[in-house]
Design a protein around this ligand. Structure first.
Ligand code: ATP
Length: 152
């Protein structure tokens, strides 16, 4: 049986408030079967890096956007077989709610095909992974709650 490697990743939901709605940023990747995957920005926590810092760095790299971390949105887990590692990867991804400060989605890195702002409800319909959709639902709930502290 293949060995299992545990990996910790971090990412987030970057939002901006427009007059009558919230927009959130998603990234697009192409699957091995040439299907477009719309997902949340996320990635590895580097050695010596905190999980929140990793979330902000991954968001910056994958979407071109910088933001202010507001609060944790919980974690998801999934596993897959990695041929390069010859092992099953058991991944835990920590997500955070992040308020957009600056930057442009055109400045995403080469690891993603595209980064794009979506109206929150359209993003929910567009997202590939059910577990990430649940994180987005949680963010939606928080954003629509009257108590969330925002700078704008
Ligand atoms: P990273 O550098 O961000 O870790 P990666 O491509 O190595 O990127 P993942 O994005 O975790 O790693 O993708 C690895 C596998 O897990 C792919 O087959 C992908 O489709 C699948 N995957 C990614 N996110 C989820 C999820 N939320 N639920 C289920 N499977 C997922």
């Amino acid at each position: 049986m293949a060995k299992t490697i545990e990996q910790i990743s971090a990412g987030g939901i970057v939002f901006r408030k427009l007059d009558d709605r919230f927009d959130v940023a998603l990234i697009a990747r192409t699957s091995p079967r040439r299907r477009v995957i719309w997902a949340l920005p996320k990635g590895w926590v580097e050695p010596g890096e905190t999980i929140p810092d990793a979330a902000l760095r991954e968001i910056r790299e994958e979407t071109g956007l910088t933001g202010r971390l507001l609060e944790p949105l919980g974690q998801i887990g999934y596993s897959f077989y990695s041929p390069e590692d010859g092992a099953r990867i058991q991944k835990t991804v920590h997500f955070f709610l992040v308020e957009y400060l600056s930057g442009d989605t055109a400045d995403h890195d080469h690891e993603v095909d595209e980064a794009r702002w979506w109206p929150l409800d359209t993003a929910l319909a567009q997202m590939t992974y059910q577990s990430e959709r649940q994180v987005m639902e949680k963010a939606r709930h928080r954003l629509l709650a009257p108590t969330l502290h925002q700078s704008s």
